[in-house]
Each structure stands twice: as structure tokens, then as C-alpha cells.
Design a protein around this ligand. Sequence first.
Ligand code: FES
Length: 213
Amino acid sequence: MIFREWQSSLFIKIKHQSQAVTFFTRPVLMKKFKKKEESEVTTKMCDCKTTDSRENILDGVLAECGFDAGNLITVLQKAQDIYGYLPIEVIYYVADKLGITPAKVMGVATFYAQFRLEPVGKYLIMLCKGTACHVNGAESISAAVTNELGIENGQTTKDGLFTLKTVACLGCCSISPVMMINDEAFGSLTPEKARNILKDFRKASSEEKGGLA
Ligand code: FES
């Protein structure tokens, strides 16, 4: 069903959190999701006997939202909190439970910048390149972060710790230049301050691991 709807357009637009837009040709996107459809989608999310606790939590969210398609954005926000992003299996599952097409759910998930369709690292860095941050040195912060982590916008470090996304405005221009790491904002950045913050996160993560060992 979903593919039938998508077949009507030659290019499919995926809008990322960074506001960047990727165009997939129809055959490429169909191949990408067809593979999923044939494997996990049909075997995992449609299996009501699954013991995945995240699915149980998602079921609770759907019930709280009354299985109402009018609450789709809320459901997707909570699903993203549960999974860290919106896997294609979740798109299908939510569509099934809300009685709407996967294409409709995908349309909402790709329209709003807040939704992620790919997994991200443990720490999601949102680096602001809006006007206020730009005039206050966002480019030098970006260069420092890129050099420190060895990744560009949209990439995740090999150790899975950091994902870097550039955004247009984080809504706290008075403390520009700004970056957010997960839910925490860091303002009045300098390149050195940014590098030290990243080192602190890396250190905290390895200490956590050490504590668990
Ligand atoms: S422009 Fe960076 S927070 Fe607004």
C-alpha cells in the first residue's frame, strides 16, 4: 500500500533535523524500505506476542492516546523518546494501530525537523548555525567540534557516542553561539570551551562504562 502511494512521485523528499533535505530516487527508496517490509516489519512489529518492552511501552502510549490518528504527532514524539529515533518498523506499527497508511505517518515524520529516521549516538549534538550564532562565531565552533570528533554534520562517531547535527536556531540566541547536547544547552561557546565540553562527555561516558564493569 505504502509503495503504491510513493510510486506516484519520481523523487521522495526526506527532511532531516538539520533542515537539510535528501532526495531519493523512487527505486532507491523503494528498495530501502521494501527490504525492511519483507523482513522485520512483517515479522516483528506485527507479531503481537513480542516481548520487546519498548513495544509494550509504545502500546501504552497508543492506548493513552486513544488509538486516535489525531494524536499522531504526540505518538511519534513518544515513540522517538522510547526508541531514540523512528525505525521504519515503528512507522508501520503506529500506522496499523491508528488505522492510517504508513505513507501518512511517514509524511508527518519527514515533515517535522524534530523527528529522526536514523539512529543517533548516545549524545546528539545540535550545533546552531542560525543568524545570531553565526555572527558570534558558530563557524569556529563548528570547526572545533568537527576536528575534535572527526565527523561532519549528520555523521556519528565510530564509537557511537556522538552524532552531529547543525540546526537553524535553538531559541536561545541571547547566549549565542550555542550547542545542545541531548537536552542540555551550552552557550557563550568558544572553540576551546566546546572541545572541553566534548571531552567531559567522553570522560563521563567511559567512567559510566567503568562503573558498570
Ligand atoms: S541563532 Fe543560535 S540560538 Fe538562535
